[in-house]
Write a new protein. Structure first.
Length: 441
C-alpha cells in the first residue's frame, strides 16, 4: 500500500518552486513565510500519506522544525487555525485550514497572486462563482458540490499545474471528483484540457495519433494544456510507457516521422523568431525548441484508482509516475463533506426543514455505518469491501427515487379514495332526487 513512499531531490525542488510562486507583495512578514513553508511541505510530502498515523507524524515533525530552525512557537504562528480555542493546533482537522492559492482572482486575469487564504466564507464564494462561470461557458456543465474537502483538493491541483512542468497523480476511488476538479482547476488557470476519447477499437496506433496531436498543439501553438488521463483509459500497458517518457523528459522518443518533423520545424520558425531563439534556424534547433516548449507547457494529470494491486504494479514498472509527479491522495470524505452533499441533493425535495435535516443525518448514518461494517468485514474475513463516494451518491439517489415512488403511490391511493367518496356523495344526491320524484308521482 505504501509503494509510493519514495522521495528524492525533485520533491525538495517542488517545495522551493511552490514557495517561489508567492511574490514579495503577498509575504507580509516572516510568520507568513514560515506558514508558506509548512504549506508547501505538506503539499509535497503530506498529501501522499494514506492514513492518519502518518499524517500525525508529519504534523509533529513540522512542529519540531518550526521550533528548531525558525525559532518560532507553532501554536502562535498557526493560531488562526485553532477552531476549538484551546490555544493549541494539534488535530489534523484544524491543520487542514492552512491554505495558499490563487482562487481569489476570478477568470480572465493573467496575474494570479499566490496568497494565504484566511477568509473561509470568501473562499467558498469564490469557488462557487468559479463553478458557475465554468458551467456557463462549458459544453458539459458539472453538477458539483464544492464542500471544504473538494475546495482543498481544487487548490492543490491548481498549485500543481501552475508550476513549471508540473504533473499530478490523483489517487482515489470512483466518484471522489478527481476529473471534475482537474477540469475546474485548469479553467481557473486558463489552461486547455485534452483527454483522449476511447473508442471501440483503440490501440497503440490511435493512442500515438492522439499523443502527436497533443504535442503539436502544445509545442507549436504554445498553449498551456492539461492532459487528463485515467486508469480506465489504459487499453494497453504501452500507453504508460509513453506517459512515463513524457513525465521524465517531456517527449516520446521517435514518435514523429521525418515528414511530420519537417512540418513541425516550419511551424516553429515564427515562434522561434518572436522569442529570439534558434539563431541559425536549423531543423535540429527548431525541433529541440519544440520539445522544450512541450516540456514547459504540458501538464499531465493522472487519475488512478487505489483499489486492488494495479497502482502498486504500475508504480514499480513505471517509476516516473511517482518520481516526476506531485501526489494528491483523495481519502474518504469527512463528515462535513457527507453533510454538504446530502444537503445539496435533498434541497429540491419538498419537505419540512426539520424532516430534511433528519433525512441528511439518516443517509450519513447509513454510509458511516457501512464503512464501519466493511472494516470489520476486512478484519475478520480478510476480504475488502470498498465504500466509495459513488455508493454514497447512489444511496441518496435511491432514497430520492423511493421517496418519489412512495409519495406517488400514496397520492394515487388518496385520489382513489377521494374519487370514491365523491361518487358516493353524488350517488346519494341522485337517489334523494329520484326519491322525491317518485313521491311527487
Amino acid at each position: 500500500m505504501k509503494t509510493h513512499y519514495t522521495f528524492n531531490l525533485r520533491d525538495f525542488s517542488k517545495v522551493i518552486c511552490g514557495m517561489c510562486m508567492c511574490s514579495k507583495k503577498e509575504l507580509k512578514n516572516s510568520d507568513t513565510l514560515v506558514r508558506l513553508w509548512a504549506h508547501e511541505v505538506v503539499r509535497v510530502f503530506g498529501d501522499r500519506l494514506i492514513n492518519n498515523d502518518d499524517r500525525m507524524w508529519m504534523l509533529e515533525t513540522i512542529k519540531e522544525c518550526t521550533r528548531a530552525p525558525f525559532s518560532g512557537n507553532f501554536d502562535t504562528l498557526f493560531k488562526h487555525l485553532d477552531n476549538d480555542k484551546d490555544g493549541k493546533v494539534q488535530s489534523l482537522d484544524e491543520f487542514r485550514g492552512l491554505l495558499f492559492g490563487d482562487i481569489y482572482t476570478p477568470f480572465g486575469f493573467s496575474e494570479r497572486p499566490y496568497e494565504e487564504i484566511l477568509d473561509r466564507p470568501k473562499l467558498v464564494k469564490c469557488a462557487d462563482d468559479a463553478l458557475v462561470q465554468y458551467n456557463d461557458i462549458s459544453d458539459k456543465p458539472m453538477n458539483l458540490v464544492l464542500f471544504n474537502f473538494a475546495i482543498e483538493h481544487l487548490l492543490r491541483i491548481g498549485r500543481i499545474i501552475r508550476q513549471p512542468s508540473g504533473h499530478g497523480l490523483l489517487v482515489g476511488v470512483g466518484g471522489s471528483g478527481r476529473q471534475s476538479l482537474s477540469r475546474l482547476a485548469s479553467k481557473l488557470a486558463d489552461f486547455d484540457v485534452f483527454q483522449v476519447e476511447i473508442k471501440k477499437v483503440y490501440r497503440m496506433f490511435e493512442w500515438r495519433e492522439d499523443v502527436k496531436q497533443l504535442m503539436s498543439q502544445v509545442g507549436t501553438k504554445g498553449n498551456q494544456t492539461t492532459f487528463l488521463f485515467t486508469d480506465t483509459q489504459i487499453k494497453e500497458e504501452g500507453f504508460l510507457e509513453d506517459i512515463n517518457n513524457i513525465l521524465n523528459t517531456g517527449e516520446v522518443p521517435n514518435i514523429f516521422p521525418v515528414d511530420e518533423k519537417v512540418d513541425i520545424c516550419e511551424n516553429m520558425r515564427q515562434p522561434a523568431k518572436e522569442n529570439e531563439r534558434c539563431e541559425n534556424g536549423t531543423p535540429a534547433e527548431l525541433f529541440a525548441y519544440f520539445q522544450e516548449r512541450c516540456a514547459q507547457n504540458l501538464h499531465v494529470v493522472l487519475c488512478f484508482s487505489s483499489i486492488g494491486s494495479s497502482l502498486r504494479n504500475r508504480i514499480r514498472d513505471f517509476p516516473s509516475i511517482v518520481n516526476c509527479t506531485t501526489i494528491d491522495w483523495f481519502s474518504e470524505w469527512p463528515p462535513d463533506a457527507l453533510e454538504a452533499v446530502a444537503q445539496k441533493f435533498l434541497a429540491d425535495i419538498k419537505m419540512e426543514d426539520e424532516v430534511r435535516q433528519q433525512c441528511v443525518k439518516m443517509v450519513q448514518t447509513f454510509h458511516t455505518s457501512t464503512e464501519a461494517i466493511s472494516q470489520k468485514f476486512k478484519n475478520e474475513l480478510k476480504r475488502v469491501y470498498y465504500v466509495t463516494p459513488t455508493s454514497y451518491l447512489e444511496l441518496i439517489a435511491c432514497f430520492q427515487s423511493l421517496l418519489a415512488e412512495k409519495r406517488a403511490e400514496i397520492l394515487s391511493l388518496k385520489d382513489r379514495y377521494g374519487n370514491g367518496y365523491e361518487c358516493l356523495i353524488d350517488t346519494e344526491n341522485k337517489v334523494n332526487t329520484m326519491q322525491r320524484e317518485l313521491e311527487d308521482l
